[in-house]
Design a protein around this ligand. Sequence first.
Ligand code: SAM
Ligand code: DTB
Ligand code: SF4
Length: 327
Amino acid sequence: MNTRHDWSQEEILALLREPLLDLLWQAQRVRRAAAPDQGVLLASLLSVKTGGCEEDCAYCPQSLHHSADVGGRPELDVEAVLSRARAAREAGAQRFCMGWAWREIRDGAPFDAMLAMVRGVRDLGMEACVTAGMVTDRQAERLAEAGLTAYNHNLDTSAEHYGQIISTRTYQDRLDTLMRVRAAGIQLCCGGILGLGETLDDRAALLRVLACLDPHPESVPINTLVAVEGTPLEDHAPVDPLDLVRMVAVARILMPHSRVRLSAGREQLSREAQILCLLAGADSFFYGDSLLTTSNPAVEADQALLAAAGLRPSAPAATPVAGAPAS
Ligand code: SAM
Ligand code: DTB
Ligand code: SF4
């Protein structure tokens, strides 16, 4: 399949505006040609360090700048995190994602603990993902040496709309971190959020930045805003699920080989809307009862969702032989 990195804003806008059934048809064709037998990647999420973040992201309940700041939960230690990772593996997750409410990684004991967590998750035979803000070149290298599979760092919206949502860092800061992560040989997990008051042009612009990265981000999380009380966006209207379906379908068409992940906001979606997203080419979702600070559909409901859609999880995490290093 011809994978492109030169999509124009007009081409992407035209796709976002296509009649829905034509768009779904195209997305499904791309999906089947690119990855005919691939199952759904189940990723579990855990907040290791919650709240008290210096950044002012308007959507986020973990920012110090908002009254919703959810600080006060103790920072988890390596053993606590690994026992949650083991439980996620038992429940069927292939990837374990760990979050820190930091503006940037700083060297020291918490970073050393992060590296131990990454090694531990990999030793369980799972993929490991970290999201912890900005990184230096050396920190990215150390994460790579620890075996980190992917680093999550979202662009969230278009460069034009970004300033309405975050003032404490720039779009370029975000892009610089993405380049450092990539240079260290770690996969990129990078996507955005619908429902931030953005226009269709902003959505197309976000997709264009992602689809013009070469290579494309290996994972593209598509979140819909969870409007948390006490954040500046608490009164934002819910996103129309069909707009999410369109966003997923266009992401699939632009980035045929990337994992497109249904992320925050899935609790607000009916079973049928989620199945439409899967038809539109989503091939991953967050799996487990909670995201970072908000809730997520129950594991049993997600097992039933996969069964109803006739889909299977992608190859389960291997149970490593005792004493053998994870590959
Ligand atoms: N502090 C790090 C950072 O911002 O990169 C990592 C954690 S941060 C919570 C991870 C991502 O969660 C954000 O980039 C954003 O896309 C998403 N997120 C946070 N709050 C959200 C909300 N209320 N609704 C939807 N997505 C949200
Ligand atoms: C991503 O794109 N979404 C996840 C994960 N990457 C880190 C986080 C969603 C957070 C939703 C709000 C919360 O639970 O605090
Ligand atoms: Fe901090 Fe990340 Fe929340 Fe922004 S999204 S306030 S950087 S935890």
